[in-house]
Design a protein around this ligand. Sequence first.
Ligand code: ACO
Length: 194
Amino acid sequence: MEFEINVNHLLGNEVTKLDKKVVPFRKNADGYDYQHLRKQLFTVIDKIGHASAKAQGLYGPITLARKLELSDHHLYVMKDSEANGGRGALVGILKVGHKRLFVYNNQSTVQELEPLCVLDFYVHESRQRMGCGRKLFDTMLSSENVKPQHLAIDRPSFKFSQFLQKHYNLKAVIPQVNNFVVFEGFFNRKEIYD
Ligand code: ACO
């Protein structure tokens, strides 16, 4: 996803983790001050948030910079620094955050938990099926120190379900009454029973 804006001034790494502070990589660049670069960062996040919603057939975006600012969510943003004549292009986003959920286990017993949830996941159409999603997801798993089977997923699309099955062998779903999906292995961790 290309912009007039120089994305390399806004995002420092191939995959950058942003939180509620929504801090651009550079403090100033090309004569622009911090406030201007931060505004540019808001613009590119909002644009890719809208593209994600469109790709998923949603009425409104799940990811907006203002929403990120008001939450404890983490947004992982992937860029290609070489693209767009060296200005860089956005490749994809992955948003995660903790949510309080009632989760049923295989014995249909409900537990109130606050797992890390995948809330939004999108790779630009021109870059899908090239391993970018995997790179984003693996960066998130290692940064959040979480195993894929311990995540709850908000209404996974067909492509995302296929992705989880292919890369992480997640296929056996434990049925829930909310929109979230959890997989076999979700309850296999010590802290849930402590
Ligand atoms: N049809 C079926 N499976 C697909 C497709 C597709 N069109 N695209 C990706 N996948 C799955 C397959 O398992 C594929 O492996 P394969 O090519 O060997 O069949 C695997 O993903 C590819 O892995 P990556 O290249 O690492 O993933 P990618 O960069 O394509 O990103 C993503 C995956 C984010 C799901 C991407 O397909 C996408 O943006 N889809 C549109 C938006 C979307 O559905 N997002 C998830 C919404 S739900 C939520 O966010 C909680």
